[in-house]
Ligand binder design. Sequence first.
Ligand code: NOJ
Length: 541
Amino acid sequence: MTNTYYPEAKLDRCWWRDGVVYQIYPRSFADSNGDGIGDLKGIIAKLDYLADLGVAAIWLSPINPSPDRDFGYDVADYLGVDPKYGTLDDYKELLRQAHARDIRVILDLVLNHTSTDHPWFIASKESRDNPYSDFYLWRDGKNGAKPNNWLSCFDQATGWEYVPARGQYYFHMFVKEQADLNWRNPKVYAEMMNVFRFWADLGTDGFRLDVFNVWFKDESFRSNPFKIGDYIPFHWQKHVHDIDQPEMEKAVRDIREILDGYPERYVVGETFYPEPWKLRRYSGEDKLHAAFDFDFTHCKHDPEAFRKIIRKTEENAGDRLWPTYVSNNHDVRRSASRYASDEDDERLKIHAALVILLRGTPYIYYGEEIGQRETNVPRAKLMDPVGKRFWPINKGRDGCRAPMQWNNQTNAGFSNGTPWNALHPDYETRNVSAMIHDPRSLRSFYKRMISLRRQYRVFQVGSLSLLDERNNSVLTFKREFSGRSAYVLLNFSADPAAVSIPGVTPESEFEEKVSNMAIAEFNAGGEIVLMGNQALILIGK
Ligand code: NOJ
């Protein structure tokens, strides 16, 4: 199938459609003051590095004040910056310096729940009649039992926590220190909309919405029906009353209306339990610009498995939506450890070309460009509530949040103090300094792919079609725009493999041919023969 639509078609340039977004986990990127925790000044110091890589935007995982029960995803003040990351002035400086380098800034907004340290919750839990008493989901117990069967997906199974001062329970879908807000309360709704205005007024270019589709819960608090699940109790229910409530459709429109009042703003939703119908329901012209789908993060290294996802994504996007592609984030095992079994990075170049040259916004995660591996965090050192709760079946997310590996010096150049999280021991050889000037490094390949996307409209907005769809080794796709065709050939196998592309012959002329290996040759049968793990990009004239 071939989609020819692209959003904002009237615009020659559209940063979130054309460019690559780079996710930074602020705790782990660069520490400027030696306290072992990354900070905003550290990020500012690395903006030249990011500009050199060629990214269009950075997305910062939450920088708001947080007691870190869920490492920033438990916010104690929506309008502030956590002192461990710096000040609001530092943030303004980050915006100024990023914009000077043509880099946009996306903030992570965690609006489903606040920290139980948030002043609203501290007031709310005191009594049933204070100005904040209805800011959260408070319910009476039912004959000595919990108000209903809703669950927490982290931590304890039940989502209800009893507070003696009120003689009531509050609901939390994540850890008990993350109390879910009552989005049906107009005062809460107004506060939430205000959060967008506050940060947009400062010049923030975009927002990533944490689990946005769980903001509303069933008005009459009906219990969820039962279903068979896995080791996570949360998966033993059909989440018909605590996820995807109809009221969310108005909320995404209201958010879009606010952001459309500012030039060139963007909002992407983190869909909880993403499914095609959810992306259609929540994103589009007058809704979110995009909603994440995480299928790549658990896809095996197999061309057909990826083709399936791409087909589904294209079909779902149709001529209305703009896809996103994500191989890594702060919640999943790093792709370098999923796809490479040793220190060889060639396979990872296949994945880099795939994510960056598809039709949709590519998201890359700090360290992905140097093939940073997952760290192995022993049980005694786990900090992530998910790892603590579900170890050993799920070892949690500390391992994908390790400090960035800048060089082979003390603490990988991340910090002069003791890093908050364990470094990967391979930093002495695997680091930015070792790779940045090596034209064959993974980092150089990422930069090259990003530069192709920046240079050629065909990669930004061109239509996409899969070719040679029965090939078990090679994933091939074609992009087309305004008379130009580009072909991306990715050999997933370690052995040589041949591909035939209709219309492409030894006589075909190309504007550019780019590869991680020597440019491939044709065989006598007119097929292109790729070496094992070769990525080949042919850009037509
Ligand atoms: C999704 C975030 O990506 C994750 O890191 C967080 O723990 C939960 N939402 C709760 O906010």
